[in-house]
Design a protein around this ligand. Structure first.
Ligand SMILES: *Cc1c(COP(=O)(O)O)cnc(C)c1O
Length: 247
């Protein structure tokens, strides 16, 4: 029997594929980040069993405990190689929450990517810790496309300068841009913000600040508006509620 989580993941993936095809895009260029904040590791096992491998977390302490717990759960039972062991080794985590510079070290441990770099101080701290750990950390620059006073993210106008400065940090690899537009009742209200992020990425590419090795990634779209985001070019959609239910 399909669990709710498995059915929800299948439904979200179908909607992503349909949105990509509507926009003439290859659905394989869009990855689903299952946002698992405040969702227990026990329930994530169901998502892994349904084939989900990429998860997004907002809070470092919660994430560290959960990453360890999920690893434990997936290695329980029959030992030896099997689907569970395979799932465990392929699971990747993106950090998508607000990050303080003094917590940068923790974020360079268990995470495959940090999507929320919005200032040089944080970038410098991440670079230092990634370097000390002997790794290169993929990151996205978070942009405040809506210009909201209380929201994280660099202003679109200031993004090129931040990217220019980050190019000097050898242990960071800037893969693209991320945004969270203003909350809106109608997903169409997000469209101009998603388009703005795409145009900004294109502009930064022309300036040689992004996408030098491969096309820049765009992380945009959540439960309420991920189809619109895919139509506007999203490569990563961050979906929580539509998979795990209300928090
Ligand atoms: C919580 C969160 C999401 C997921 O939001 P839903 O509406 O539950 O899909 C996506 N991105 C970020 C940055 C979040 O904090």
């Amino acid at each position: 029997m399909m669990t709710d989580i498995a059915a929800n993941i299948a439904a979200v993936n179908e909607r992503i594929d349909a949105a990509a095809r509507r926009a003439g895009r290859d659905p394989a260029t869009v990855q689903l980040v299952a946002v698992s904040k405040r969702v227990e590791a026990e329930r994530l096992v169901e998502a892994v069993a349904a084939g989900q491998r990429l998860f997004g977390e907002n809070y470092l302490q919660e994430a560290e405990a959960k990453i360890a717990r999920l690893r434990e759960l997936l290695s329980d039972g029959e030992s030896g190689p099997g689907p569970r062991a395979a799932g465990r080794s392929e699971i990747r985590w993106h950090f998508i929450g607000h990050l303080q510079s003094n917590k940068a070290r923790a974020a360079t441990g268990g995470f495959a990517m940090v999507e929320t770099v919005d200032r040089l101080k944080l970038a410098t701290a991440l670079d230092r810790h990634a370097s000390a750990a002997g790794r290169v950390l993929p990151v996205l620059v978070q942009v405040n496309v809506g210009g909201e006073a209380r929201k994280a993210g660099v202003a679109p106008e200031a993004a090129p300068d931040l990217l220019r400065a980050m190019a000097e940090l050898p242990a960071l690899r800037v893969m693209g841009l991320m945004t969270m537009p203003p909350m809106a009742a109608d997903p169409e209200q997000s469209r101009p913000h998603f388009a703005r992020l795409r145009e900004l990425a294109e502009e930064c590419s022309r300036l040689g600040l992004l996408g030098v090795d491969e096309p820049p990634l765009l992380s945009m779209g959540m439960s309420a508006d991920f189809e619109v985001a895919v139509e506007e070019g999203a490569n990563l959609v961050r979906v929580g509620t539509s998979i795990f239910g209300p928090r």
